[in-house]
Design a protein around this ligand. Structure first.
Ligand code: NCD
Length: 315
């Protein structure tokens, strides 16, 4: 198995890696259930320091990474607003990065710049401190760790129905600007015969030749998972460009009746009104579980990056 030094793009993972990561995730969850297990995890990376460099808003990804690092006993520091750092004085982003890399052992970054995580990783490789980079969201391009937790959630949900292969996943909402969607599709394509359907307004559809619709109800009955997303108007070129009606792209108590009884509803969150909150307690709603799965898959991923995965599996 290749050992990844950085986590940058969903396509870098193969099935062998995914299966390995989820074995570690499941093991970590079991270990963390006892006091002695939690203390063992807390010592695992207590000699390591992490920097969370988030120059774009985040609730879940930031907090789940932070909690994952704490579970592993890492010390942490963070930058969440680059206007408070020296970039405002004209320092280049690569100089800032090089500075940060001299303090820590791992950098987890979210930036509006679609290429910066990859650029950072190749830049640091050429320095004396090539600390690993985890991409926690790069513009509208990629969100590989969200895809990891989404696949983990799908796998657990389809445990008794033959796994992910052969399933139909319906994506709905803002797809062309959705980094979670793009990364997840890349991982889904590593499983056999997964059928992807997209439901989005024409201007927000993915360019690839998936079966498409403008009406959510049209394919709801076919889906094994419905992956809802928010309209990301922060990417509008002209403000208010997407302030139209998105009524046809919402899940409600009414239209979920069209879904199969054992299908699931996912969302990377945050949501606006594309999922009505009165379906939150429907057993098919998985979006809160995704949050928790995210923290555990990130614990596994960080332990893996520091080569503590085999120790965990042996515990
Ligand atoms: C998403 C993101 O930031 O890409 N959220 C997340 O990380 N869970 C989706 C969004 O902002 O709509």
């Amino acid at each position: 198995m290749i050992r990844h030094q950085d986590i940058l793009l969903a396509n870098q993972f193969d099935r062998e890696f995914l299966d390995h990561l989820y074995d570690i995730t499941n093991k970590v969850r079991t270990i963390a259930k006892t006091n002695s297990g939690s203390l063992y995890l807390k010592k695992l990376l207590s000699d390591k320091r992490v920097m969370l460099y988030f120059s774009q808003p985040s609730t879940r990804t930031f907090m789940s990474f932070l909690n994952a690092c704490q579970i592993l006993g890492m010390s942490h520091s963070s930058i969440r607003d680059t206007t408070t750092s020296s970039e405002i004085k004209g320092e280049s982003k690569l100089d800032s990065l090089r500075t940060l890399s001299s303090y820590v052992d791992l950098i987890i970054m979210r930036t509006p710049d679609a290429e910066f995580a990859e650029e950072s990783a190749s830049f640091l490789k050429k320095t004396r401190r090539p600390v690993p980079i985890i991409n926690a969201g790069s513009g509208s391009k990629e969100h590989p760790t969200q895809a990891l937790l989404d696949i983990y959630t799908l796998q657990r949900s389809f445990k008794n129905t033959g796994g992910i292969s052969g399933k139909t996943i319906l994506f709905c909402g803002d797809l062309s600007r959705g980094r979670t969607v793009k990364s997840l599709i890349k991982l889904l394509e590593k499983y056999d015969s997964v059928k992807i359907i997209q439901c989005a307004p024409d201007e927000l559809q993915l360019a690839r030749g998936f079966k498409s619709s403008n009406r959510l109800e049209e394919y709801l009955h076919e889906a094994d998972a419905v992956y809802m997303t928010r309209i990301q108007d922060e990417y509008d070129k002209v403000k208010g460009e997407t302030q139209r009606s998105y009524e046809g792209f919402k899940l409600t108590k009414d239209n979920i009746k069209l879904m199969k009884p054992n299908s699931i509803i996912m969302h990377p969150l945050p949501r606006r009104d594309e999922i009505s909150s009165d379906i939150d307690d429907d057993p098919r709603a998985m979006y809160w579980r995704q949050c928790r799965n995210g923290m555990w898959t990130r614990v596994a991923l960080i332990a893996y990056l520091f080569e503590r995965d085999e120790d965990i599996l042996k515990y």
